[in-house]
Design a protein around this ligand. Structure first.
Ligand code: SF4
Length: 120
């Protein structure tokens, strides 16, 4: 069945139309570059997302530290991932890139800080 989706690889946001073919491949139209079909294929077979969020930080000037998954995780595991990330409490000082949660959900993907926060 034909599916419409927005390519989120770059800010242009091309409107893609994806039509599965009998041989298991997909015909993609509407893409402005060759990254569109690659994105569409991943969305149809194993959609993934980065998770940008925050965790509690103690002894810092702000109460929450911005973090993200170091790599995209399967879309179907986002709620479980958020539940795990919401349990994390870190303590300043933290540097950008520091791992705040290792091996999220056993996926082999870490959650890392996206900001440096000093102790106050
Ligand atoms: S198809 Fe290419 S140009 Fe269009 S949004 Fe995706 S990456 Fe950007």
């Amino acid at each position: 069945m034909k599916k419409n989706m927005t390519c989120i690889v770059c800010p242009i946001g091309c409107q893609l139309t994806v039509e599965p073919k009998n041989d298991g491949t997909f015909e993609v139209t509407g893409n402005g570059c060759k990254r569109g079909p690659k994105y569409a294929y991943a969305e149809m077979t194993n959609p993934t997302r980065m998770i940008p969020t925050t965790v509690v930080i103690k002894n810092a000037m702000l109460p929450r530290l911005p973090v993200k998954t170091a790599q995209p995780i399967p879309k179907g595991q986002i709620f479980d991932a958020m539940a795990a990330i919401n349990q994390v409490v870190v303590e300043a000082p933290i540097k950008t890139g520091d791992v705040v949660l290792k091996n999220l959900l056993g996926l082999g993907i870490d959650v890392v800080s996206t900001r440096t926060m000093n102790k106050c």
